[in-house]
Design a protein around this ligand. Structure first.
Ligand SMILES: Cc1cc2nc3c(=O)[nH]c(=O)nc-3n(C[C@H](O)[C@H](O)[C@H](O)COP(=O)(O)OP(=O)(O)OC[C@H]3O[C@@H](n4cnc5c(N)ncnc54)[C@H](O)[C@@H]3O)c2cc1C
Length: 452
């Protein structure tokens, strides 16, 4: 097969170390592709898919390969199609409030480039220094700022997508309003490489907030911190981020970062505010007063960019702190209606007691998107995996029974495939299949994932 691909003028490799690199992402699945194609252009992608379509060869698209659900793992072998070398910003156009980009651009690099011109691309997955814009679009990635600014889908105005048979499709464009026909652009956002390959994206930009500041607070219990989340929002404040942390995670962070890394307390809250400086400075004492009234044990102000970044660094260190416990983190990015935050954490504590598996809960409280991490000894050991999977079954069942979703950020991929059908229901599952069949009748794009 490689010779055919080279004859088409494509860059391709079957070197063992290249195949190995493209057999995994950041989850636990592993399967080797037969060949890796490194696309340099939309035309390369089209030529690859035309060839694969004619020969009936499976194709799995890959961006940076830092997905958390096995989405980029080529479960049926065939071609691993990397678009990571398509990494140019094509047009940065503040006059239209857009940036046009190839899919392989690293999200953080794109944000830096637009903010140098005073513009803002807000979606902020924690992996933003590693992941690609194409991967973000294909998984509809999000992060802490999504409370105020929305997730990736709210910024995608237009796409160039290569369909399974090699057809090049353009959807939307640089218009902020466009009501011509079905919203085809949205169809591909979150489609996890199963409907087409994104080769160019036009993304909406907004003016960069002039100033940011932060309050951090500790509380004697998680319940009061969750009440603070509700009270802040109910009082008309719209923070750019509202992050909550449970006692287990705080303890791990203190053990790893030092006991005085956080003031005393069993729950921690981050409240970030942004906007014009005078507005932010006026708002800080109002939010602080709410925290005080609710009995916060400590309240700290962080009044500029550097101070805010220092807090985010601590927050990002939670992952390392949990790793330092010696356990493996099964990171479940579940979502519940915001009003059920406390019930979720109480359920997680109960599940932990029952199963004997420690569970750490922290994350985007404003969105109800709490990363619920089962901390297991080694997920690759069958007996441990079986027990962890049973606990996950219980967790997901509870989430679905409480109007939640099994994933709010990472996507379904392989990791959550088992629960997908139950999560969306029969009518939705059948609609997914109908769309998949209409666009990829041979089932060649990213096969054996959650649609089978
Ligand atoms: C430490 C860490 C922290 C993370 N934090 C977050 C977080 O806060 N929020 C969040 O949302 N996610 C997070 N993630 C998950 C991951 O970073 C995101 O899912 C990210 O969007 C994946 O981008 P990628 O370029 O690595 O995609 P890949 O892993 O390469 O691919 C992911 C999926 O998208 C498909 N795909 C990739 N590129 C294209 C394309 N051009 N066209 C069509 N399909 C394509 C693949 O087939 C696959 O199904 C985190 C991951 C890690 C390791």
């Amino acid at each position: 097969m490689i010779q055919d691909l080279l004859d088409l003028g494509l860059q391709a490799s079957t070197a063992p170390e290249v195949l190995e690199e493209h057999a995994i992402d950041r989850w636990y699945a592993h399967n080797m592709p037969e060949v890796v194609v490194f696309a340099q252009s939309t035309e390369d992608v089209s030529a690859t898919l035309k060839y694969a379509h004619a020969k009936g060869i499976p194709v799995t698209t890959r961006g940076a390969g830092v997905g958390y659900v096995g989405g980029a793992v080529p479960l049926k072998g065939g071609i691993a199609l990397s678009v990571f070398q398509m990494n140019q910003i094509v047009d940065l156009a503040p006059q239209d409030g857009v940036v046009v980009t190839q899919p392989g651009v690293i999200t953080g690099d794109l944000q830096d480039a637009v903010s140098e011109l005073g513009w803002y691309y807000p979606p902020d997955p924690a992996s933003l220094r590693e992941c690609s814009i194409g991967g973000n679009i294909a998984t509809n990635a999000g992060g802490p700022r999504c409370l105020k600014y929305g997730v990736t889908k709210h910024y995608v105005l237009g796409l160039t997508v290569v369909l399974a048979d090699g057809t090049i499709l353009n959807t939307g464009g640089r218009l902020h309003k466009n009501k011509q026909g079905f919203d085809l652009t949205s169809l591909f956002v979150g489609s996890e490489g199963m409907l087409g390959v994104i080769t160019e994206a036009t993304l909406r930009l907004i003016p960069h907030p002039a100033h940011r500041s932060m309050l951090t607070a500790t509380f004697s219990d998680f319940q009061t911190a969750a009440l603070a989340v509700q009270t802040i929002l109910n009082s008309g404040h719209h923070p750019s981020a509202l992050e909550i942390t449970d006692p287990f995670t705080l303890k791990a962070a203190r053990d790893y970062l030092g006991q005085d890394a956080f003031p005393p307390g069993e729950a921690h809250l981050i409240i970030e505010l942004d906007g014009r400086q005078a507005a932010v400075e006026a708002e800080l004492p109002e939010v602080s007063a709410i925290l005080q009234e609710l009995g916060a044990l400590s309240i700290e102000r962080h009044e500029n960019n550097e101070a805010c970044e220092a807090v985010w660094k601590l927050r990002r260190d939670f992952s390392y702190s949990l790793r330092a416990t010696g356990l493996t983190k099964l990171n479940e990015d579940i979502v519940v209606p915001r009003g059920k935050l406390v019930e979720l954490v109480e359920f997680a504590q109960e599940l932990s007691r029952e199963s004997g598996i420690p569970i750490s809960c922290f994350g985007h409280a404003g969105d109800g998107n709490i990363h619920t991490n089962l901390m297991v000894a080694d997920y690759n050991v069958p007996a441990i995996k079986e027990k962890a999977d049973q606990a996950l079954d219980q967790l997901f069942r509870w989430v679905l029974a409480n109007d939640g979703a099994i994933t709010g950020e990472h996507g379904v991929g392989i990791a959550k495939g088992k629960w997908f059908r139950e999560a969306v229901g029969e009518a939705s599952f059948a609609t997914h299949l109908a769309i998949k069949n209409a666009l990829d009748s041979e089932g060649l794009l990213n096969p054996d994932k959650f649609l089978g």
